[in-house]
Design a binder for this molecule. Sequence first.
Ligand code: MN
Ligand code: FE
Length: 356
Amino acid sequence: MPEESKQKECSGGLRMTRDRVSADRKRIILNGRTVDVNQLVPIKYKWAWHFYLDACANHWMPTEVSMQRDIEQWKNPQAFTDDERHVIKRNLGFFSTAETLVGNNIVLSIYKMVDNPECRQYLLRQAFEEAIHVHTFQYIAESLSLDETEIFNMYRENKEIYEKDEFSMSCTDGIMDVTMDLTTTEGLQKFIENLIAFYVVTEGIFFYSGFVTMLSFGRQNRMPGVCEQIQYILRDESIHMNFGIQLINTIIEENPYCWTAEFKEYMIQRIKRAVELECAYAQECLPRGVLGLNATLLREYVQYIADRRLEKLNLPQQYKSINPFPWMSEVIDLKKEKNFFETRVTEYQTGGALEW
Ligand code: MN
Ligand code: FE
């Protein structure tokens, strides 16, 4: 950018010009830190635009799902064992604040660093989806007449949830710093660490014991409303994670110098730490096992999905565990959705199966 126009943009934001934006000059991170109109076209990163379109085609609201059967079941003292009630409440507690934590990180951190307009278009959509997700847990807690303050305070009263949240939050802290400089290797690595902590770990690992457990109730036609909502959240989260991984890989492609052997090793260790936190959480949720699920099977599952995430970041697998819940892959495949639960299922427009 010529020095003169750079100055004008920095001081006033807009300027009149006949230079049209060309796609090949677009980059994910421009280090612009200027306010501009965020011109969407010409689109360079078509994947980002398609994730946005897919997300819109999947639009849903928690209040469209009937909670009637869930309420009847939850009120029936015979319908659940104490262990079953414990794991359901734990998962509602974890998700109820994990969703806002992810939303905060998008708005307060990621959006500021990612200059590209088509990626920002998706981030705006994702931020709204996180609001819908937290609305879901408020709606569930209210419908089931749960103690809302118990659910929404669980992250600071339960050690295993606290530690997962602390893992994610510690990565927001660093990049909230307004002086953070993405032109340095250190700054860029810090940002990539944040993206991995949120898209790969929080949305791609920390949500998954909860998904498996809650969907296991659904497979027995228990808590059908909650499970239908969890299915929609899982589908949204799969898009969030796939967008995030594509974003991370594109930033690395555009700035290969930051993806050093040392930094890769550090990220592998962070992901392994996250796997341990998730396994500790599963153990606390399922001290004795319910519905054929137990902490050992969940460990295998968490390790299996961690390997899938590592592969997508072009990092070596660490566990080589076998997926103990192959039915989970079917839930991700949208075409099979209708057969999965026999509840009212909203017709969605999107066709493509998500990458798992
Ligand atoms: Mn979410
Ligand atoms: Fe998400």
